[in-house]
Design a protein. Structure first.
Length: 255
């Protein structure tokens, strides 16, 4: 579940869990840290993915949109206008990649949101091949939101680790860095989302090359100055458990 990207306000207050194709809204009270979260399981919304999902709220913590990487739904739990089939080749690995979707607010544009998704042509255990983005205008469709541009190809190749698109706030406090590792080496792809749109940069080679298996996690620290990526034993005979922790420069996007 992709909800941690050094959020501002309460944009990550609601989480979606889809192991049984339910939409569970989790409300956490920061006023009482020892209070157990309350979970509302009364809402049912069919979804296509077991591992791939993302939500975003407004700065007050109210649900705006959520997606499984194939369709986008609005806060009333209905399919968003033009929100169907946002990711080509989703029937390949996209429906079982972990955290292969991320929703971010566009800097300096309160009504626009970018939805990043990943897929490939083959199976779950194969590397990601495509990185796409779609754009939501929250003012469209009488304020319910609509997808105004979708399935825009950002990256095409055969070396992306299958999922775990992670983002961190830029050092300027407005823009966003996106980071995605390759599947078998020490290459990290970086992208910048700013008030103009999304931009690609030269990938960075750093650390010891290693294979990303099917059980792994990546995350930024809350301050955004650290990036950690762990790989567990996957379906490959030579896969090993690995943990890498890097310093992260929020101004350059470099590890």
């Amino acid at each position: 579940m992709n909800a941690q990207w050094n959020v501002d306000g309460k944009r990550a207050n609601k989480w979606y869990f889809s192991a049984t194709n339910n939409l569970d809204i989790l409300n956490y009270s920061q006023a009482n840290a020892i209070q157990l979260p309350s979970i509302d399981t009364t809402v049912w919304q069919p979804m296509t993915s077991m591992y791939n999902r993302s939500c975003i709220c407004d700065t007050s913590g109210n649900l705006l949109y959520y997606s499984d990487g194939l369709h986008i739904y609005d806060s009333s739990f209905h399919l968003m206008q033009n929100g169907q089939y946002i990711t080509p080749n989703f029937s390949g690995g996209g429906n079982c990649f972990e955290d292969a979707i991320l929703i971010l607010p566009m800097p300096r544009h309160d009504s626009h949101y970018y939805v990043f998704t990943m897929s490939n042509d083959t199976t779950c255990i194969s590397p990601g091949q495509y990185l796409y983005y779609s754009i939501i205008n929250s003012k469209s469709n009488n304020g319910k939101g609509a997808v105004i541009s979708k399935s825009n190809l950002l990256f095409s190749g055969d070396s992306l680790a299958n999922g775990h698109i992670k983002a961190c706030r830029h050092g300027n406090g407005n823009d966003w860095w996106l980071l995605v590792k390759d599947s078998r080496g020490n290459k990290y792809y970086r992208f910048l989302l700013d008030s103009i749109g999304v931009h690609s940069f030269q990938p960075q080679h750093i650390g010891i090359p290693y294979l990303v298996g099917d059980s792994w996690q990546a995350t930024f620290s809350l301050k955004g100055n650290k990036y950690a990526i762990a790989s567990g034993r996957g379906p490959f005979d030579h896969d090993t458990t690995t943990l890498n922790i890097f310093d992260f420069d929020r101004c350059t996007g470099l590890l």
